[in-house]
Design a protein around this ligand. Structure first.
Ligand SMILES: [Zn+2]
Length: 424
């Protein structure tokens, strides 16, 4: 058995289900070698789709009503002011830094986490914020964060090569860092699979994919790098996992439109949802905002709105600067909204917050469903007619040595995955 002092390597392949991982390994023989000798369990993930909310639960081991993060952003002093969520918004602290007080923690492309102290932090352009960061004390001039555009707009073979090269460079540099620096924990989140699903849908998993030879080359190189990483830390210290998969999009739901149709919210032109994600998106993609003015809702003037995808929040007087809902009216409005959702006969599950503390600023209701996408407007983007090929779905997997997974049931929740990955 490994000692608590041994470095632990967490390789996250978000976007892949177990079946998806298996599919990839059939495309690439070296990837399938990584499977051998390991045990797998299914991870039953979050009902949220945003990686920030999923990782908040994984990093803290607590649900959204306790950890305070329920989407890519969190609402601040008004429902129109949404800030990109980071670990500063967590109401429950992670134990990452205390896991290795004497040594560094390598963090590559993990949502929420920020550079600090002993963290060696490699940023990435697929993160939903315009932030670039190079670890200043390391001689790794070859490291370049992947440009935001290469993650969302893979239009040509050259774009794809550039996108894949960036990912490989980051994994190669991570390997170099682990060889040269004393790290107790390394979290490498590889978002290539997630981005490929967004760009190509299921198509990239097939041998007839038009860029299959580039993709196979990438998988071969990635497999070799992952094998080297595993050799460095030992197989019992290596955990390969994903927290969500992609499923085909069945329906796009615009919660604000639904709330407006039922009188909880009004349309109002030329008011933009404030917040740094919107600004960041605007900076990189002004085209998406061309028609924004006419299609916005006065989210901080109505009784309720969906400020962040999948959530519904009451515009409470006691919580928000422009609040209009008295505390005494909340229960009635909420039950009216629940009736409205029930009448839609959506293939969804409605989750009610059990946190009723006056200081709690999270959503009252969360809507989730397999194959359900939320309007791009709820995500700070204003394109009309937006239908994604696939959407995130809360099911992932964990692959680890038999000794690590011996005692575990076939299904793990994020809370249990947290205990397994982040405690010693
Ligand atoms: Zn994604």
């Amino acid at each position: 058995m490994s000692s608590p002092e041994d470095p632990r390597l967490l390789v996250c392949l978000d976007g892949l289900s177990w079946a998806g991982y298996f599919q990839q390994s059939q495309l690439e023989p070296n990837l399938s070698k990584l499977l051998s000798g390991r045990k797998s369990v299914t991870v039953r993930g979050s009902h949220f789709q945003s990686p920030q909310a999923i990782w908040a639960e994984l990093l803290t081991g607590e649900s959204w009503t306790k950890n305070g993060v329920y989407g890519y952003g969190v609402v601040t002093d008004s429902l129109s002011n949404v800030q990109i969520a980071s670990e500063k918004n967590l109401l429950v602290q992670t134990n990452l830094d205390s896991l290795s007080p004497e040594a560094a923690t390598l963090i590559a492309n993990v949502p929420l986490l920020l550079p600090s102290g002993k963290r060696i932090w490699l940023s990435d352009g697929s993160m939903p914020l315009a932030m670039r960061y190079f670890p200043p004390n390391l001689e790794i001039s070859a490291y370049r964060p992947r440009p935001f555009f290469s993650s969302v707009n893979i239009l040509s073979a050259a774009d794809l090569e550039c996108f894949l090269e960036h990912e490989l460079a980051r994994v190669a540099i991570s390997l170099d860092i682990l060889r040269k620096h004393s790290c107790r924990l390394a979290i490498l989140r590889i978002t290539t699979f997630d981005c490929m699903f967004h760009a190509f849908g299921n198509e990239f998993c097939s041998p007839s994919f038009r860029y299959c030879s580039s993709w196979r080359r990438f998988l071969t190189k990635l497999s070799a790098l992952l094998s080297s990483l595993e050799q460095l830390v030992g197989s019992s210290n290596t955990f390969i996992f994903s927290t969500y998969a992609h499923v085909p999009c069945e329906r796009v739901l615009d919660l604000n439109q639904l709330l407006a149709r039922n009188g909880f919210l009004n349309r109002e032109g030329n008011r933009a949802v404030k917040g740094s994600r919107t600004q960041a998106l605007h900076a990189v993609n002004p085209e998406a905002f061309r028609n924004a003015g006419a299609n916005l809702y006065a989210v901080d003037a109505g009784q309720a709105c969906s400020p962040v995808e999948g959530t519904i929040m009451l515009n409470s007087k006691s919580r928000f600067l422009n609040g209009v809902v008295d505390d005494s009216a909340k229960a009635h409005i909420l039950s009216e909204i629940e009736k409205m959702l029930a009448a839609e006969e959506l293939p969804t599950v409605i989750h009610r917050s059990e946190n009723t503390a006056p200081s709690y600023r999270g959503p009252e209701l969360v809507v989730s469903g397999r194959g359900l996408a939320f309007s791009a407007r709820e995500q700070g983007d204003f394109r009309e007619d937006w239908t994604p090929r696939t959407v995130h779905y809360g099911e992932g997997f964990l692959l680890a040595s038999h000794e690590r997974l011996e005692q575990l049931p076939p299904y793990l929740r994020l809370k249990s995955l947290h205990r397994l990955l982040f405690t010693r």
